[in-house]
Design a protein around this ligand. Sequence first.
Ligand SMILES: [Zn+2]
Length: 285
Amino acid sequence: MKKLSLIISLSLIISLVFVTGCDKKTASENKVDEPNTSENNKEVDTDSSSNEESSSSDSNSNSSSSNNSKSEIKDNSSTSSTSNKQTNMSTKTSSSTKTIVGKTTKQYNIEKVNGVYYIKGILIANKSYALPSSYAPGGLKSEFTIAYNEMKKAALKEGISLSIVSGYRSYNTQATLYNNYVKRDGKKEADTYSARAGHSEHQSGLAADLNKISDSFGETKEGKWLANNCYKYGFILRYPKGKQSITGYVYEPWHFRFIGDEAKNLYNNGNWITLEEYLGIDSKY
Ligand SMILES: [Zn+2]
């Protein structure tokens, strides 16, 4: 009897190991074949082909996971009572861990909540601040889609048609994208237009590429409208022209990041201030 149960548990373990192995294989196979569809592959940030994104449909479809993300944001603000900040640098709640890890040059606290950095309540994903590989909202967050839909409606009234070309990307999708660009252009060049895994705002579910991934998009009526109106809806032109030394990325007139009310403070009459300048942070590997 003992022997029999030993055999049964052994075979259970073996089959478990086998199944796990299979899953891994499938996952890595999936990663590999990621077609690159952009016509001008300099601007590769694009890739609209991954599972996470629905390139043709707009943001609505991506909002399914919004509840999770909402509660994350809430956790962040609800645990940030000012008295805690001064007396106790690290706060633990049942669902999240929040730590103040430093100050920016503008004297804002740099907060780390479950491995994600926030400054002034704004999630940070750039070359200096990475998202954990486990951070996976699974789609554009509800705060993004709600604001985007409002902006889209307002734009349409002025004859401007907006669409999302590339929205949420998982850590693994970004890893594959970036690695492909490195193979094609070399690391130094790739780093100017594509983020390493964990460093992309697309993983946050709070950023998207709109309409057309092309330098000339900034000169179109849609590009101009976005650059001059997006802040009203909480979006920022994340990588303005001439700010590569600050953001770490070339001009991307198509990439918009949702930050909420603070966006109006970065607009600066169309002469956009970068998030890095505004908060007093670096963007360097
Ligand atoms: Zn982008």
